[in-house]
Write a protein that binds this ligand. Sequence first.
Ligand code: ATP
Length: 692
Amino acid sequence: MSTGTLEHDAAMQPTEAAADPARATRFGWLRGIRSVKVIVGLVIVLVFALVAIFGPLLVSTDPSAVSNDILHAPSAHHLLGTSHNGQDIFAEMIYGTRVSMVVGFVAAILATILSLVVGLTAGYLGGVSDEVLSLITNIFLVIPGLPLVVILTGTMPNAGELAIVIVIAVTAWAWGARVLRAQTLSLRKRDFVEAARASGESTFRIIFREILPNETAIVAATFLSTVIGAILTQASLAFLGLTSVTDWSWGVILYWAQTQNAMSYGAWWWFVPPGLSIALIGTGLSLMNFGIDEFINPRLRSAGIATKRARKRAAGTRSRTGRPARPVAEPAAAGDGAAARGDVVLEIKDLRVDYLSGDSTVRAVDGVSLSLRRGTVLGIAGESGSGKSTLAYAITRLHESAAEIPTGQILYTAADGKRTDILRMSDRELTDFRWEELAIVFQSAMNALNPILKIGVQIEDAIAAHRPSMSERQRRERVAELLTMVGISTDRTTAYPHELSGGMRQRVMIAIALALNPEIIVMDEPTTALDVVIQRQIIDQIMELKDRLGFSVIFITHDLSMLIELADEIAIMYAGRIVEQASAQDFYRAPSHPYSRGLIGSFPTLSGSKRELTGIVGSPPDLRALPTGCSFSPRCPSVTDECRVREPLLLPLPRVGEPTTPAVDATSPGTRVACLLYQNSEPVAAAEADRS
Ligand SMILES: Nc1ncnc2c1ncn2[C@@H]1O[C@H](COP(=O)(O)OP(=O)(O)OP(=O)(O)O)[C@@H](O)[C@H]1O
């Protein structure tokens, strides 16, 4: 096994978290309040909150009590002066703060709950629910808010504060709901949500654990701006005299100041404190909003708050430690692949997958039959659009809703010999099957990992969904074991995906796939996004783990030269069909199909001598309008007239001088090829008759 040093350098850097992981997790949230903006914002909001909660208990003066001290400027006796009938403005402000804050926060809580329910339901469920909820949201958005509030409160003269709260909440939720819906729509198709679905997490858990945390910044922003909006709306309504003018709030104080001409008397102490309070609470809440955004978004946080520390740490690490040690290799764990090698674990029979869009149907997988032997690697290669991913998603039953599987069987043989057709599994059976028996490694680890959850938590989640009885300690031990297996230092458990290199993220995906010791791992271009050095490390790692744990792999890639090195069996796809299937050795020695030869000539080898790259002329066909006969014929250098009219079947490669015999069993050994060059007319015609 060759695990290079580039990634391990990063993996092994001791961090503060590593020095004291408990401290890092327990006090991690404190990082959020290190920002000056947040501290200032928090202090402002906290002061107002304390005044609102305790102020009325501590101030003995009745804000409504009149006296002869008319329009007195601030003094020791009246800290904020008095009004036109001698009422104490300081007492009014203390009581007013409570009403304004309660109205602002309660209305914002109600509006945010409404936004969340509507936005998440519409975005996640889609379809009719989305259409109806979006229509309602849009109606509320186009109704001008303030006039509506004025009308609603006007119909309730002397409405209590509760009525004001409800009116503000009802008119303020729509904007947040719209933003949350859009965000949910984009998140629900992300790979990490698909991965959570595939790993068996419930819809409730997916919404609240995977989607909602990714929207926390938006929810917080919506909430805080709704608080500001609600405080302003309440103040405006009170200022216009639309609330009870004897229930003290900042708006009511302004109402009296305005109606009693405070400005013309020069009584600034009457209108400045409520005006300033409204401006100050708005500033405080906005500052908190910026800070929360930084705290919630780990990328922003590391760009700002943590960067200096990270730099210091990195410098310290380099000077202290030099080159880090390699991870300790694990002793052989579960699985005894060698013993079981040879028997078929997955058999795909005549599989078809159609994409239905409007009137047209795209047959992306057309009559594919393949088999995967236990403990081996089946490599599937082909140009973009040849149907590789569609095949992988159909095998895992994660195909899009637009895709339909009209025919075929995907037979899985468990270790105890029990055979099941994956296509006929119920949802419950599928949930248990995926990850326990068959795991998936998606193409882009950055998309497949939830950006705001630490990698350890994400691995634990996959385990917890299938092993609810496992204790937290056992899960943590398993996470450490898995990370070690894939060559990541266990002190990276608390790292976020963006803190890891591309290769390390892909290793985390492999660790998640291995979490429950599956029999099969489907890897859809797991190394495409990585540079060749890291590609090589990951491939070596996969092969080492496969030999140690005995799982089987379906490996999908564009890169044929990589497949030749790692696969036992290779299948080449073109326009949704298998055009050649052979052992990697035979394939490398003598690829039979002209398309396979073209593909081999298009890639540089990962090792070995340099050769000229030739490529394949033309481009892949449009699946909606395939040419008659062999679909590769327009690009084939060996094309004959017959190729343009007759469609070749996938048949065993005949030895020289032998006629072609039709193959009915995808598990039969030997090279199979779909090319008329190797098929003499008679038996091929018989095979076609058989097929129809
Ligand atoms: N949702 C869809 N609706 C309609 N056609 C689709 C859809 N997804 C894929 N296709 C079509 O199905 C065919 C096979 O696509 P698929 O993604 O499986 O190919 P691929 O070999 O995996 O390509 P790549 O290597 O680029 O991922 C393509 O012609 C593609 O346009």
